[in-house]
Design a protein. Structure first.
Length: 596
């Protein structure tokens, strides 16, 4: 009789090995509770106590009991504060439910808080005046004024909500922008322009008409209203070129004066009370921002900081705004980052980062890592259609790249694409529809939008709203239009992927676990059959939430070879360079690139 026997102590050893990777604490989560487990944990992060600090003595006085307090601000007199109390009631499964908001006033004499706007699931976003005794807010196209001494709000715009024109019955819709320095009037915006509304008479004056074509309309954002009430300062950015800066509207003459306008990138203008000095951030569009100071008329300007001296002698990428058409004929823009040491007449590899819309340049770490290798970096824009978001990247990204290839500056055989989060999701969908790319990388991007709906308990029900009415733009629930969820799940079409693909995720990501980003694709038999599956590093900590969140790096590609410290794929593919901290056992991704 011939037998197969087990080694000594085999059962104990095997059971122990199995238990290490499967056992964990027993966790009970009861759906009858008001909050899902992770909602309860997240609510803890908002616990705070409002307090006064005496700057001279350092004494601290608590003025409110524990709670979630937002928008805390002094009244101009300094003897009272106003704030919004946020009170979660239950886990929300629909929009605008589950949390109550209340606006309160607290006189700093030991009095109890006074409710100004009663608790409601409809949030009021107050735009306070300088004195702090009144605020305005918008609701369904109207602007309301609520004075603290009054019991109700007054509709300031009801009489002005007329039809847009004889041919357009759409009513005018208003939003408050800023109070005047004397609190007597309000700057408001509408579909047609900027208006000044008198808070006493409710009279309305159009002070800045806007361009009729919204696609050609420059971007404007109010920065300041001069103390004498005459000038409104606003940033300006052209819609089709890098012409950016600061302008001011003269309310007396109605004219607009340019203070500064050029290709530089300006942000965060701050004016002194008398308007004689302006502090702002500025970049040439290629290097990091610095703080600058200017006289009120910008006749004198001075750089105040040198925040990154370590970069002063380093060659950084230069940028160019690229205009192109997608397949539907929409005019779109992308940012091209030139390789360091660029030589006209040569063709270079290109790595595209995809997401949604890109226009303004500025220092970008990832793009400079790419251009430092002697490649182009590119950030092309796409235009979405609700219900069919997955088509957007196919319609726009190859068209944008083709324009650069036609210019003779990009090597058509050495083009890669990558994205993170929503951009990683875009990469997954894109490479199921085209073999255009030599290599691709998905950093924490979902592959299965169906499992994604409930696969991230740490952000509870957010993913349902994201798919139905948010960034994912499906426009319907899973049960209303299941076919669209299938169409936007790359796992369903993994057999079509011929592009070498790197997928990188970690347990720190709230939206995509490693299982969601990588495991489902790797289970696809047709994808696995054609691909080399290289598992470089993996470890599985057990959390007390009863889930395994493996920190894993997977490679899908053709002809994989694993070397010391990197994985590469030939003839073209992705190289990933890792550094592993031996104490924390955490790894850092330094770079991925195209290997000739």
């Amino acid at each position: 009789m011939l037998l197969s026997l087990r080694p000594e102590a085999w059962a104990e050893e095997a059971q122990q090995a199995f238990g290490v990777i499967t056992s964990g604490p027993v966790v009970i989560q009861d759906s009858r509770n008001d909050f899902l487990a992770w909602d309860r944990v997240r609510n803890l992060a908002n616990r705070q106590v409002a307090a006064l600090v005496n700057v001279s003595s350092g004494a601290v006085e608590e003025i409110l009991s524990e709670g979630d307090v937002q928008g805390l601000r002094f009244g101009e007199s300094g003897d009272f504060v106003t704030y919004t109390a946020v009170k979660p009631q239950k886990t929300a499964y629909e929009r605008n439910e589950g949390t109550e908001y209340e606006i309160l006033k607290l006189v700093l004499d030991g009095s109890a808080p006074e409710s100004i706007v009663a608790p409601s699931e409809r949030r009021t976003n107050p735009n306070w005046n300088k004195a702090g005794d009144a605020f305005v807010y918008s609701e369904e196209g109207n602007v309301f004024l609520r004075e603290l001494e009054e019991d109700s709000a007054a509709n300031l715009t009801e009489q002005h909500r007329v039809s847009m024109s004889e041919d357009d019955s759409t009513k005018m819709s208003f939003s408050p922008v800023r109070w005047s320095p004397d609190d007597q009037s309000i700057l408001m915006s509408s579909q047609t322009g900027w208006h000044i509304l008198d808070t006493d008479s409710h009279g309305l004056e159009l002070v800045l008409p806007l361009e009729e074509d919204e696609e050609l309309r420059p971007s404007r954002s109010v920065q300041s209203w001069s103390e004498d009430g005459r000038y409104i300062y606003f940033t300006y950015s052209a819609s089709d070129e890098w012409q950016r800066g600061l302008k001011r509207l003269d309310l007396q003459s109605g004219s607009v004066e340019t203070m500064v306008l050029d290709e530089n990138l300006y942000r965060s203008f701050n004016f002194s009370d008398d308007g004689s000095t302006v502090i702002y951030r500025m970049s040439d569009g290629n290097r990091p921002d610095e703080i600058w100071a200017a006289s009120g008329d910008f006749s004198e300007r001075k750089q105040m900081t040198d925040l990154n001296p370590q970069l002063s002698d380093l060659p950084l990428s230069k940028t160019e705004l690229i205009e192109y058409l997608d397949i539907d004929g929409n005019t779109l823009y992308g940012i091209l980052y030139y390789p360091v040491g660029y030589e006209p007449g040569r063709k270079y590899p290109l790595v595209a980062e995809i997401y949604e819309q890109f226009f303004d340049n500025g220092y970008n770490e990832n793009m400079n890592l790419i251009t430092a290798q002697g490649w182009f970096g590119f950030r092309p824009s796409v235009q979405f259609e609700e219900g069919f978001p997955g088509e957007a990247w196919l319609k726009a990204v190859p068209s944008a790249i083709n324009k650069l290839v036609d210019r003779g500056i990009v090597d058509n055989d050495k083009i890669g694409v990558y994205g993170q989060s929503y951009g990683g999701y875009a990469v997954n969908l894109l490479i199921t529809q085209t073999d255009r790319f030599a290599a691709a990388a998905n950093v924490s991007g979902k592959v299965n939008i169906i499992s994604f709906l409930g696969d991230s308990p740490r952000i509870t029900t957010r993913n349902y709203r994201a798919a139905e009415i948010g960034q994912d733009r499906i426009g319907a629930t899973l049960w209303e239009q299941p076919q669209k969820y299938i169409e936007h799940s790359a796992i369903m079409f993994a057999d079509r992927i011929n592009t070498p693909l790197l997928m990188l995720s970690g347990e720190g990501g709230l939206e995509r676990t490693c299982n969601e980003s990588t495991g489902d694709v790797l289970r696809a038999p047709s994808a696995r059959k054609r691909s080399c599956l290289g598992e470089l590093y993996e470890w599985r900590p057990w959390g007390r939430g009863g889930r395994v969140l493996p920190r894993t790096l997977w490679i899908i590609g053709n002809g994989c070879s694993i070397g010391s410290g990197s994985i590469s794929m030939r003839p073209t593919g992705i190289a990933l360079f890792l550094r592993v901290n031996p104490e924390t056992q955490r790894m850092r991704c330094h770079l991925f690139g195209l290997r000739a």
